[in-house]
Design a protein around this ligand. Structure first.
Ligand code: COA
Length: 161
């Protein structure tokens, strides 16, 4: 059984993340989406809200499940018996940071392989913070996020006003 982790903060999950997750699900037996606590990022959505949105957005993918995690990614991979981490690579600006994280994870756990999937052009410059900003200012983000996230963002900003 080949199990992969797709880790991230998912604040919130976007169509770019979904594209990477769907493609990863074709490559392995099971994908576990590891939703990081990421408190230091001061996320807009709570960990529970982010997990629930990821669950709803990926409900159509039969070999994908969602788990929250705190602590080191390499420890969580060991706990779940996952041997691969799959991440999306967007513009070249991602490279330096991803390179550093991959190198550190490799030092901590050499058996854990990291694979990168290139984002398609329409998602190259997409990020959760851009989606949050556009939504906050009343812009239309429907093409960038799954319907549950579109509704959740509208509710969140309506409640914060
Ligand atoms: N499509 C759209 N956006 C994407 C994307 C994709 N395919 N891939 C990444 N992004 C965006 C995210 O939306 C996010 O955007 P934002 O900063 O504007 O909000 C940004 O890229 C960063 O994503 P994030 O989910 O925060 O991931 P990260 O690459 O910063 O890593 C963890 C998060 C959880 C994987 C990492 O912090 C981790 O492993 N934490 C555990 C602690 C640990 O092990 N630390 C040691 C690591 S060496």
């Amino acid at each position: 059984m080949k199990r992969a982790l797709t880790p991230g903060t998912f604040d919130p999950i976007t169509s770019g993340h979904l594209d990477v997750i769907a493609r990863a699900s074709q490559l392995v037996d099971e994908v576990v989406i590891a939703v990081a606590d990421s408190q230091k990022k001061g996320p807009l959505f709570t960990l529970e809200e982010r997990v629930e949105l990821v669950r709803q957005a990926t409900a159509h993918l039969s070999n994908v499940r969602v788990e929250p995690f705190k602590g080191l990614l390499v420890d969580f991979a060991k706990e779940l018996d996952a041997t691969v981490v799959v991440k999306g690579l967007r513009a070249i600006t991602d490279f330096e940071y991803e390179f550093q994280m991959t190198a550190m994870n490799y030092q901590l756990s050499p058996q854990l392989e990291t694979l990168f999937i290139m984002s398609p052009p329409q998602y190259m410059y997409l990020s959760s913070s851009i989606v949050r900003e556009i939504s906050k200012m009343g812009g239309d983000i429907q093409q960038f996020v799954p319907p549950c996230v579109y509704e959740a963002l509208k509710r969140k900003y309506a409640n914060l006003q």
